[in-house]
Design a protein around this ligand. Structure first.
Ligand code: CDP
Length: 571
């Protein structure tokens, strides 16, 4: 099996089974066998004459070729006693002391097993309102977020990976101003990403410059009003300063809620790509698009649609089996998750695939291809889920879902685009649908030597033209982008763009293209140069809203020292 040294290091450090003395008890190859065997097993439940060995072989093939990888908890825990295989959970936080601390306990159990949790704090009564039983005053959502944050901090020590949280507050909650500022001091609430839940009514009030009502969720009474434009500007200002809060469009999320009878979607998982109902979990998996591009006889590259179609079918089968093999941390999560059977199949290596195809990230051609690729994956994914429904039955809530007039589906949602922070390191490709951040890294090794890591596609291109040298690589590492390097041919510079060579508008148009064909949401950060203005940020927010994105996360270069999940770094 071909994997690079970084991938091996990540797997050895975090994913391989260890004994009580800390020695690794399996090889990387055995890890993939363990996962393939465990996830093939559930086939037996549905077919008396099923052959899990054959399925395991098919699964092993897609894993070891790095065509497809399931999310980290599946790699870590499949075929092991813990057996918790999902990356994403949403937990309710109801307005009582019992419910709040129940939620903290449940989050701890999830973090211990490698999952991330999202919460909406919108149901909590505002700060300063009365507590009936004691006559005291309520602390409000932000102060409880600090308690959640501390619990996460403590669990970090013993868990499989550091716990990550999403905290959401509706824009019409009376504590919204405090929430927007709650991460201003960036040593606080560090284990959370935060997003404001934006409503369409709010966006309309912003356009018209009107006041909008704030509502106490415990009484449903209007407690006051705020000027929508001022609140919008405050969100923009805070995001401009340090990247937070993000925003999510609640009405847009709920238009794609396929089982509204089960309640509203109020939150997403930590990185925003997976909207879920309270107590719902979802397992993700990503197809490596660099493996779905083939070389033609005349040395060009093109999409290998056949290969992609087959990989999607295997991936959907795999992810549906994960639901069966999964050991959920709570009985209620098991029950809610199985009633919709959501899966989240997405992609990684998109930017690298574009480099192979010679298309600049963000160009009209690249956005057109994003539509074609994701539409194809979504379509093939739905077909695979339909075939599974014929064999195994539709998801239990199908008849009360918005999908009931179409063909029965095994899974209420099929597609999600994850950040693939660790998966992309394992697969050795660019992460998710993000552009390439840097083409060259120089690492200093302890004995004083340096290691130069170069994007494999750039390396191949420069080597092919006889231009590759360590000196040039050092210069690229220093400059961060090759866009202005005159000694590199123009046709290479035009295609090999870095995140900061791409306009924020092109970032959001790429996100919107993928969102158009994705059941759940798309993990994407829009990068701004350091000198971007607040108005630049505001424009991207408005564009994202108009284009039907489900949320926006921005980051202005150099505006923060550290963040909860550093995409591209092992967390
Ligand atoms: O690449 P990998 O499967 O490790 O994860 P990812 O695609 O970067 O993140 C997918 C989801 O996993 C995130 O949205 C979180 O829900 C969860 N996650 C987490 O809980 N803790 C982390 N340290 C990283 C990811």
């Amino acid at each position: 099996m071909e994997i690079n040294q970084n991938a091996r290091t990540v797997l050895e450090r975090r994913y391989l089974i260890r004994n009580s003395q800390g020695q690794t008890m399996e090889t990387v190859e055995q890890l993939f066998e363990r996962v393939a065997n465990a996830i093939a097993q559930p086939d037996e439940k549905f077919h008396p004459d099923a052959d899990p060995t054959k399925t395991a072989k098919e699964f092993l093939e897609v894993l070891t070729s790095l065509d497809f990888l399931p999310n980290s908890p599946t790699l870590m825990n499949a075929g092991r006693p813990l057996g918790q295989l999902s990356a994403c959970f949403v937990l309710p936080v109801d307005d009582s002391m019992e419910d709040i601390f129940e939620s903290i306990k449940n989050a701890a159990l999830i973090h211990k097993s490698g999952g991330g949790t999202g919460f909406s704090f919108s149901r909590l009564r505002p700060k300063g309102s009365t507590v009936n039983t004691t006559g005291g005053v309520a602390s409000g959502p932000v102060s409880f977020m600090r308690v959640f944050n501390m619990a996460t901090e403590a669990v970090k020590q013993g868990g499989t990976r550091r716990g990550a949280n999403m905290g959401i507050l509706r824009v019409d909650h009376p504590d919204i101003l405090e929430f927007i500022d709650c991460k201003k001091v960036n040593t606080e609430i560090t284990n959370f990403n935060i997003s404001v839940g934006i409503t369409e009514a709010f966006m309309e009030a912003v356009e018209r410059g009107e006041e909008y009502p704030l509502i106490d969720p415990s009484t449903n009474r209007v407690t006051g009003t705020l000027n929508a434009r001022e609140v919008f500007d405050k969100i923009v200002d805070s995001a401009w300063r340090n990247g937070e809060p993000g925003i999510i469009f609640l009405d847009r999320l709920n238009r794609d809620n396929v089982v509204p009878s089960q309640g509203e979607i109020e939150s997403t998982n930590p990185c925003g790509e997976q909207p879920l109902l309270p107590y719902e979990a979802c397992n993700l998996g990503s197809i490596n698009l660099t493996r779905m591009v083939k070389e033609t006889v005349d040395g060009r590259f093109e999409m290998d649609w056949d290969h992609l179609g087959r990989t999607v079918a295997t991936a959907v089968h795999f992810l549906d089996n994960v639901i069966e093999a999964n050991r959920y941390p709570l009985a209620i999560i098991d029950q809610v998750t199985r009633s919709t059977r959501k899966i989240g199949l997405g992609v990684m290596g998109w930017a690298d695939a574009l480099l192979m195809l010679g298309l600049p990230y963000g160009s009209p051609e690249s956005i057109q291809l994003a539509h074609e690729v994701m539409e194809f994956i979504n379509q093939k994914g739905h077909e695979a889920s339909e075939r599974l429904a014929e064999e195994r039955g539709a998801f239990p809530l199908f008849e009360e879902s918005t999908l009931k007039d179409g063909s029965p589906l095994r899974n209420a949602t099929i597609t999600t685009i994850a950040p693939t922070g660790t998966l992309s390191i394992i697969a050795g490709c660019s992460s998710g649908v993000e552009p390439v951040f840097a083409y060259v890294f120089i690492r200093n090794i302890m004995d004083g030597t340096e290691m130069i890591e170069v994007n494999p596609i750039l390396k191949r291109e420069l080597t092919r033209r006889g231009l590759y040298s360590d000196d040039l690589m050092r210069r690229i590492a220093k400059e961060g982008t090759i866009a202005h390097m005159d000694d590199i041919p123009e046709d290479i510079r035009r295609v090999f763009l870095s995140a900061h060579d791409i306009s924020p508008e092109a970032h959001i148009r790429m996100q919107a293209a993928f969102q158009d064909h994705t059941d759940n949401a798309v993990s994407k950060t829009v990068n701004f140069p350091h000198d971007a203005t607040r108005e630049d940020v505001a424009q991207v927010y408005r564009l994202a809203y108009r284009l039907g994105c489900k949320g926006v996360t921005i980051y202005r270069d150099g505006s923060r020292d550290s963040q909860v999940l550093n995409i591209g770094k092992v967390s």
